[in-house]
Design a protein around this ligand. Structure first.
Ligand code: MTE
Ligand code: HPA
Ligand code: MOS
Length: 786
């Protein structure tokens, strides 16, 4: 069904027009039709092999404590149960911590969070496995559980040591400043809520090896962990990922556990094993975006210019390090957003709590830092009585400046972009209209905010900034493309295929992207940090360049022409200096000829990002190859009697460099904004005082729906080529637009501030649910009476 054949446009027709779908085309996502028709194959859609068994995990019922006994007799005797494993049954490495140790595959004597996996069951059906795990008899010695950042800070409970960054002398600058101020903000985390939950399907392979289908952003890491857990060489394990039904960071490290458990069972039973988390298990067993508790002290002048900032960030890491070191670092890197703090000290804490280990989520800590910059700027604006946009502009970086981690500020055209959006969306006139609206309406109040985004592109761990690709040309001219990046809906496969089409000037239908596979391109980085198209696009381009130079060299000899007289145009290879007398050979005929003349038509390609370096000991360097910019203006209306609100309008102007695919980029921007808005408005994670996750289903956790899309929603691309040498001078787009959601939160706060005639900056922790908005309104009413 999903196999569309007959892509047989004759070569003659392909010659008469420009090649279709090259870089810059508004091409639909490579699987768009299959997504819509329901024919795109996800792991749970794959035909199950005969003998497939199903796994489920047994979970702890306390948040913290020692396991005194674990009696699995009834579990083993339950209908359909084939096998049961605990930590003792893991043949190799028992700890699957991705960067640092600390993630035992099953609880290791001690339970560290409510719902932690204690054991796993394998049964003839999914239902039988799910029923059996409930029969375990477990006794615990319960210990007090740390459940909040504040408790962890008080008790110095950290998963990793604190880290700090510094520029100038913040303390003296703050003391010497005309105005001092301080504030804090609690920012809650976020559930990934990918449509496809975590899933793995393990098949026993040759010589005790494993072939694993896994919904993972990081097949190489899953491969490595499976090999360690099974005590096998890495070359005995193959991991394949055709697509994910969303990852959003939640499948960067946390797909591995389920892949490992499935593989252990597959090996023990020599049968195929599927491990799928149902929605509730997925929500309980996997980490989320980190909550952050942020505090600042600022020294400013009368115009609202920041002279010094002392900032303390504290991330809610859960029980183990996972990626939290890098996530809190990224929050620290982004706490300046677009603003020159002049003198700054930024410290980041990694709080340990008895909750699930939090992990990557679109923006990777950046949003939790960046929203704090915007909170500070709004607080400053209220303090000095100016329009927040003017205060923002007054504090923008200038080229030639430097960040609090020593990265020079270059090609900083954000002020220009903000200026354009301000004009395009009519900010000033709407501000005046809103002021009038708020003066004449007693209960309904409107708010407006225009906030910028400046997001650093590169993995902050330098070695991850590399990629490989594999390109085969077949004798009919069709091309098989493989690279290290994974497809999670973001359109990476489409974009990299466009790069290949572009290099050979071929129609896109000549390029077939194939599943990411560890045996095709090895030692890959996760598809994360928005770097997928930057890294894999360049690697694929490198492979194409190698093939092209072989083909050109062959043509030179074969036709006795100069290299410059061999060109790839409109699906053809053109031989000869003069286009009229030149010989046009279809790409298919040409590569067949090359093959017959024994030219290799297959190669790998490779790319490593230049220029980046960062010394964490001195907290200085250039961690980011470049920055992506954007700005969003949001308008909201609140009901001061109930706290309910609507987003009336959102305008976004966003910088993707020279777009590889404007259709996909706009989709990423729209989706990112809505997801960011959901994070800050309706999505609320809740744990009870026993550490049990209360927001554990679609009924108790509210993600945005189509009706939450602003009635007026304009997204434009800011058309300017990346000054750095990225693939066709494009810019990464995956994560940066997420942070446009911050404009909605600032607009809500603006509407609330109107209640006190903009003289105070209302406290509004996130998510800004109607309850919190109402509390903030009442706070303003109290304060303005006092
Ligand atoms: N878009 C879709 N549709 N689904 C996803 O899971 N993940 C986001 C972003 N956009 C995601 C998405 C995240 S967290 C990242 S890091 C990037 O895509 C990863 O892909 P890229 O590097 O190819 O942009
Ligand atoms: N972003 C996303 N994922 C990562 C990063 C990063 O900076 N570093 C390690 N994994
Ligand atoms: Mo994205 S959080 O870097 O997977």
């Amino acid at each position: 069904m999903s196999h569309v054949s007959s892509k047989v446009t004759p070569w003659e027709a392909r010659r008469q027009r420009p090649a279709k779908g090259k870089s810059g085309s508004k091409l639909a996502h490579e699987s768009a039709e299959k997504h819509v028709l329901g024919t795109a194959t996800y792991i749970d859609d794959m035909p199950e092999q005969a003998g497939t068994l199903f796994a489920a995990v047994g979970k702890s019922t306390i948040a913290h404590g020692k396991i005194l006994s674990l009696d699995l007799t009834a579990v083993c005797n339950a209908p359909g149960v084939v096998d049961v494993i605990t930590l003792d049954d893991i043949p190799g490495e028992k700890d699957i911590g991705p960067v640092f140790k600390g993630d035992p595959i099953f609880a290791d004597g001690v339970v560290e969070f409510h719902g932690q996996a204690l054991f796993a069951v394998l049964a003839e059906s999914f239902e039988q496995a799910k029923r059996a795990v409930l029969l375990a008899q477990v006794s615990y010695e319960e210990h007090p559980a740390l459940l909040t950042i504040k408790e962890a800070l008080q008790q110095n409970a950290f998963v990793r040591p604190a880290h700090s960054m510094q520029k100038g002398d913040a303390a003296s600058a703050i003391t010497a400043a005309p105005i001092q101020m301080s504030g804090e903000l609690y920012v809650k985390g976020q559930e990934h809520f990918y449509l496809e939950g975590q899933i793995s399907y393990a098949l026993p392979a040759e010589d005790g090896g494993i072939k694993l289908y896994c919904s993972s952003q990081h097949p190489t890491e899953v491969q490595k962990l499976v090999s360690e857990v099974l005590d096998l060489p890495i070359n005995h394990v193959q991991v394949e990922v055709r697509r994910m039904g969303g990852g959003f960071g939640g499948k960067e490290t946390q797909a591995a556990q389920w892949g490992c458990i499935a593989s252990v069972f597959a090996r023990r039973q020599n049968r195929p094993v599927k491990m799928r988390l149902d929605r509730q298990d997925d929500m309980v067993l996997t980490g989320k975006r980190h909550d952050f508790y942020n505090r600042y002290q600022l020294g400013i002048d009368e115009n609202g210019k920041i002279l010094g900032a002392d900032i303390e960030l504290a991330g809610f890491c859960g029980y183990s390090p996972d990626l939290s070191d890098a996530i809190v670092d990224r929050a620290m890197f982004h706490v300046d957003n677009a603003y020159d703090l002049n003198n700054a000290r930024v410290i980041g804490h990694r709080c340990k709590t008895n909750t699930v280990s939090n992990t990557a989520y679109r923006g990777f800590g950046g949003p939790q830092g960046m929203i704090f910059a915007e909170a500070m700027l709004d607080d400053i604006a209220r303090k000095v009585g100016k329009d927040p946009l003017d205060v923002r502009k007054a504090n923008f970086y200038r080229d030639g400046g430097s960040t609090h981690y020593g990265q020079p500020v270059e090609d900083f055209f954000l002020p220009e972009l903000v200026e354009q959006l301000e004009q395009d969306c009519d900010y000033r006139a709407r501000r005046a209209a809103i002021t009038e609206f708020n003066r004449t309406n007693r209960w309904k109040k409107r708010g407006l905010a225009l906030t910028p985004v400046r997001f650093g592109i590169s993995f902050t761990i330098q070695f991850l900034n590399q990629a490989g690709a594999l390109v085969h040309i077949y004798t009919d001219g069709s091309i098989h493309l493989n690279h290290g990046g994974t497809e999670m809906g973001q359109g990476l496969f489409t974009k990299v295929a466009q790069v290949v089409a572009h290099e050979f000037d071929l129609d896109i239908d000549m390029i077939q992207a194939s599943a990411t596979a560890t045996d095709k391109v090895p030692n890959t980085s996760p598809t994360a940090a928005s770097s997928g198209s930057d890294l894999n696009g360049k690697a694929a381009q490198n492979a194409c360049q190698i093939l092209k130079s072989r083909l050109v060299q062959f043509a030179q000899q074969h036709y006795q022409v100069n290299a410059g007289d061999v060109r790839f145009i409109n699906n053809h290879v053109v031989i000869g200096a003069d286009e009229n007398s030149a010989q046009w050979i279809s790409f298919a005929d040409f590569v067949t000829l090359a093959y017959q003349n024994r030219v290799s038509l297959s190669t790998t390609g490779y790319y490593a990002t230049p220029k980046i370096h960062y010394n964490r000991d001195t907290a200085s360097g250039r961690p980011f190859f470049y920055f992506a910019f954007g700005a969003c203006c949001a308008e909201v209306e609140i009901d001061t009697l109930t706290g309910e609100y609507k987003v009336l309008r959102a305008d976004i102007l966003h910088d993707v460099g020279r777009s590889l695919n404007p259709a996909i980029d706009i989709g990423q921007i729209e989706g990112g904004f809505i997801q960011g808005m959901g994070w800050l408005t309706t999505e609320e994670l809740l744990w009870d005082d026993k550490g049990r996750l209360q927001s554990n289903s679609a009924a108790t956790y509210k993600i945005p729906t189509s009706v939450d899309i602003p009635a007026h929603f304009n997204v434009q691309l800011f058309d300017r080529a990346n000054a750095e040498d990225t693939i066709y001078n494009s810019k990464a787009v995956g994560e940066p637009p997420f942070m446009h959601g911050i404009a909605v939160w600032c607009a809500l706060r603006d509407a609330v501030a109107s209640v006190a005639d903009y003289t105070i900056s209302p406290p509004l922790d996130t998510p800004a649910t109607p309850e919190r908005v109402l509390n903030a309104v009442m706070f303003c009413q109290q304060e303005s009476k006092a």
